[in-house]
Design a protein around this ligand. Structure first.
Ligand code: FAD
Length: 512
C-alpha cells in the first residue's frame, strides 16, 4: 500500500471491496451491484469520488435491490482481480445484475454525464434490463395497467398505493418507488401520461401528479405538483403506518484494513530520486501493460517503441538496463503478445546475470496521498526528453521521446480522461516540435498547463500544490519580469532542465 489510502472509507454507504471480497459479494447475490473500479492516483477518479459518494448517499435506501461498491485497482493486491474483470481504464463503472456469476456478466454503466441524475437514471435503466431473475427486493418498476390497478388491494397486502402520473421519459415514479422500498405498508407505481383512460378516471391533467389510494377505498391527491423526488418521498414517509421495515440488513463484510502509507520520507526538492523513475518504469510494464488480454497492432507498436526508448535513454542502474535490453530484444520481433506471454516474459527477463526489475513501486519525491504513478510518469518522461537532448548525436533531428510518450499515454495510461486531455494537447501542437530542445520545452509547458488546470481542485495533494514549475527557489533565472509581467526565460529553462534532469542529479537513496 505505498500508494496511499484509497478514496473511500467504510463510513460511506457503499462497500469498499478488496480482492478477496469482491466476487464473494457480487456473484450469486440477490442484489444488483454497481461497482466503480478506480485507481487512487487517477485524477479523474479523485474528482469523481465525491459524486460517487453522494450517489451512494442518495440511493442508499435502494439497497438491497441495488448496492454500490468500489475497488481500488491501484492496490497491488487488487491488480489481478481488476484484470480478471477486464478493467482497462479508470474509473470504470460496471453494473452486475442480481445473480450474476462471472466477471463478464458486468456491463459498462453508460451515463450521459458524471452527475447524480444521469447516474441514477442509468442505474434504473440497468435494473430494468433484468429479465428472468428480477432482484427479489426490488418492487416492480413498470407502469401499472388499469386491470392491475383494479385488483391491487386484493393481491397486495399494503395499506397505501401511491400512483405517480408522469410522462414516458420521466424517472420520478421509478425513483420514488425505489426510495420507498424499505418502507412497509406502502407501494408506489407509475402511470404513464399515455394511459389516457387512467388519467381521465383520476382527473389528472398535469404531469407529474400523484394520487394516494388507501385500502379502505379512499382516494386523495398528493399535494406535490413538481418533479421533486424528495417532496414526494417525504410526504409518503410521513403517512401513518408507513414505517421503515427491518427486512434490510446490509451485507456485512470484514472491514478492509486501511492501507497505511509508509513512513514519510524527507526529500530534497532539488534532486531526482531513482526510486521514482524506476517505479514508474515497473508500474508501466507490470501494472499498466498487463491490463490487456492481448497486445497487437498499434498498441503493441506503442509498447515496443516505449521499451526501445527506455533502452536508449533511461539512465537507470545496470541491472535495470540489462532487464530492459532483454525485454526489448524479446519484444522486437513479436506481432502479437498475449497477457500470459507478457507476464511470463516479465518474469523471465531476469535470466541475464545482473538483470532485474523491482516488483513493487517505492515513491519518494512522488510520495503522498494522491500521487505516486502519475507523478512518476511525468518525471520519467521529462527525464527522457532531457536525456535524449543530452545523448543524441543529432540534437536537431525530430525527437523520439515525445511521440513515444504520446503513444504510451494514448494506449496505456489508465487514467483515460487524462489520456484524452493529453492527446488533445498533442494533436494540437506536438508536430510543431522540430528538435530535442523543443521537445523538452513542449513537455515542460504542457505539464504546466495541466498544473494550471488542476490547481486548487480535489486531486491536489495539499503538501504538493500544483504550481507553475520550476518555482523561483529552484531556478531563480527561469522567471523574468518584463514591464511588471512574469515571463519565462526559455534559455534558462533549458539550462535548468539539462542540469535538473541529468544523471548526476539523481539520488540513489530509498532504493530497495
Ligand atoms: P505532478 O504534476 O505529477 O508532477 C510531478 C513532479 O514534477 C512535481 O512534483 C514537480 O516536481 C515536477 N513538475 C511539476 N510541473 C512540472 C513541469 N511543468 N515540468 C517539469 N516538472 C514539473 N490529472 C487530472 O486530474 N486531470 C488530467 O487531465 C490529468 N492529465 C494527466 C496527463 C498526463 C500525461 C499525466 C502523466 C498525468 C495527468 N494527470 C491528470 C495527473 C496529474 O497531472 C498529476 O500527475 C497528479 O495529480 C499528481 O500530482 P503531483 O502533485 O504529484 O505533481
Amino acid at each position: 500500500g505505498a500508494l496511499g489510502v484509497g478514496l473511500y472509507t467504510p463510513d460511506d454507504p457503499l462497500v469498499v471491496f478488496s480482492a478477496d471480497t469482491l466476487e464473494r459479494s457480487i456473484f450469486n447475490s440477490s442484489s444488483a451491484w454497481v461497482v466503480e473500479f478506480y485507481a487512487s492516483w487517477c485524477g479523474h477518479c479523485i474528482h469523481f469520488a465525491p459524486t460517487w459518494k453522494a450517489l451512494a448517499n442518495d440511493i442508499q435506501d435502494w439497497r438491497p435491490a441495488v448496492t454500490l461498491g468500489v475497488l481500488d485497482c491501484a492496490e497491488a493486491s487488487n491488480q489481478k482481480i481488476c484484470s480478471d474483470f477486464g478493467i482497462t481504464g479508470y474509473p470504470t463503472l460496471k453494473f452486475f445484475k442480481a445473480f450474476s456469476t462471472k466477471p463478464e456478466d458486468g456491463v459498462r454503466l453508460h451515463h450521459k454525464a458524471d452527475d447524480i441524475r444521469s447516474l441514477t437514471e442509468s442505474i434504473i435503466t440497468s435494473i430494468e434490463s433484468h429479465r428472468d431473475l428480477w432482484p427479489p427486493a426490488c418492487p416492480p418498476l413498470e407502469p401499472i395497467s388499469a386491470a392491475e390497478l383494479h385488483d391491487f388491494f386484493h393481491t397486495n397486502n399494503v395499506t397505501y398505493l401511491a400512483l405517480i402520473f408522469e410522462k414516458e421519459d420521466s424517472f420520478l415514479g421509478r425513483e420514488v418507488t425505489l426510495d420507498m422500498l424499505q418502507f412497509e405498508n406502502i407501494a408506489v407505481r407509475r402511470v404513464l401520461k399515455s394511459n389516457e383512460e387512467l388519467a381521465r378516471s383520476f382527473n389528472i391533467t398535469t404531469f407529474p401528479s400523484g394520487v394516494l389510494l388507501v385500502k379502505n377505498g379512499s382516494c386523495s391527491s398528493i399535494p406535490v405538483h413538481v418533479d421533486s423526488r424528495p417532496l414526494y418521498t417525504d410526504f409518503l414517509k410521513k403517512l401513518p403506518g408507513v414505517v421503515r421495515g427491518d427486512t434490510f440488513t446490509p451485507t456485512v463484510l470484514p472491514p478492509v484494513p486501511p492501507t497505511t502509507p509508509g513512513p514519510w520520507k524527507v526529500i530534497d526538492r532539488r534532486k531526482l530520486y531513482m526510486a521514482d523513475v524506476e517505479s514508474a518504469v515497473l508500474y508501466t510494464l507490470r501494472r499498466e501493460a498487463t491490463r490487456y488480454d492481448f497486445l497487437e497492432k498499434e498498441q503493441l507498436s506503442a509498447m515496443k517503441q516505449y521499451v526501445a526508448v527506455l533502452v536508449k535513454y533511461f539512465p537507470g542502474r545496470l541491472p535495470i538496463m540489462n532487464y530492459l535490453r532483454n525485454l526489448d530484444f524479446w519484444l522486437r520481433p513479436k506481432t502479437n503478445v498475449s497477457k500470459s506471454e507478457w507476464e511470463e516474459a516479465l518474469r523471465n527477463k531476469n535470466e541475464l546475470p545482473n538483470a532485474w526489475l523491482p516488483e513493487n513501486p517505492t515513491w519518494v519525491a512522488c510520495q503522498g496521498s494522491k500521487r505516486g504513478f502519475p507523478c512518476g510518469l511525468w518525471t520519467l518522461f521529462h527525464l527522457l526528453t532531457v536525456q535524449e537532448a543530452l545523448l543524441s548525436p543529432q540534437p536537431h533531428t525530430p525527437p523520439e521521446v515525445l511521440p513515444t510518450m504520446r503513444g504510451y499515454v494514448h494506449y496505456f495510461f489508465g487514467c483515460r480522461q487524462c489520456a484524452d486531455h493529453f492527446e488533445a494537447m498533442a494533436a494540437e501542437s506536438m508536430n510543431k516540435v522540430r528538435n530535442k530542445d523543443g521537445s523538452i520545452l513542449w513537455l515542460w509547458s504542457r505539464h504546466n498547463r495541466v498544473n494550471a488546470r488542476l490547481a486548487g481542485t480535489a486531486s491536489e495533494d495539499p503538501k504538493f500544490p500544483k504550481i507553475q514549475w520550476p518555482p523561483k527557489d529552484l531556478c531563480w533565472s527561469c522567471q523574468i519580469t518584463i514591464n511588471g509581467r512574469l515571463m519565462w526565460d526559455e534559455r534558462a529553462i533549458l539550462r535548468f532542465f539539462k542540469s535538473h534532469f541529468s544523471r548526476g542529479n539523481i539520488y540513489l537513496d530509498f532504493l530497495k
